[in-house]
Design a protein around this ligand. Sequence first.
Ligand SMILES: [Zn+2]
Ligand SMILES: [Zn+2]
Length: 212
Amino acid sequence: MIYGYAQLGEDNEALKLFKQALYAGMDVNDFTFSSVIRVCGDCTLLELGKQIHGMCFKTSFNSSSFVGSSLVSMYSRCGIIEEAYTVFHEVPLRDRGHARSKEIYEKLEELGEEMEKAGYVADTSFVLRAVGGEEKQQTIRYHSERIAIAFALIVFPHNDRPLRIMKNLRVCGDCHTAIKFMSKCSGRVIIVRDNNRFHRFEDGKCSCGDYW
Ligand SMILES: [Zn+2]
Ligand SMILES: [Zn+2]
């Protein structure tokens, strides 16, 4: 029934039933969880979605690929790309997960080529490890924010909404330059919130004016 309401877009009804089922101590299966999580993809319900995510952990439904893919889509739709990416890696999405990782790296390669054509040169001074030039470039190209952006571009290839990335550390100088090129090459607005400030990348420029 919960699934039925969710399918019909009767979100409130679906959530009400879900809560009743929980209070009544009824067994809720992974299919029900995934239906409810889909409902929470509506951003106003993100907090509730996070609570349900927590419940999935307790009930170990988080290892269900049904629930996992719903969580990925919920976080992605709400623009919480890093979270979506984390769940994506936690959940055994079987072969699809593996194929997707490959897809992400291919997307990064493809973007990298376009970026270089547009004039991007990796600044390897941001990598402190003493490794050769070629290897340094590889290490930098795959900083987590770039992987998250590639992931978002694959999951939402035709979406006009900005891509939102959260980062706990300050975005490094080379990634800042790279993301400017990524916004230019992909034609997308990319918003990065790091621990220091908010960056809105559009058409090769950043709102911070490179002072951050
Ligand atoms: Zn970086
Ligand atoms: Zn910036």
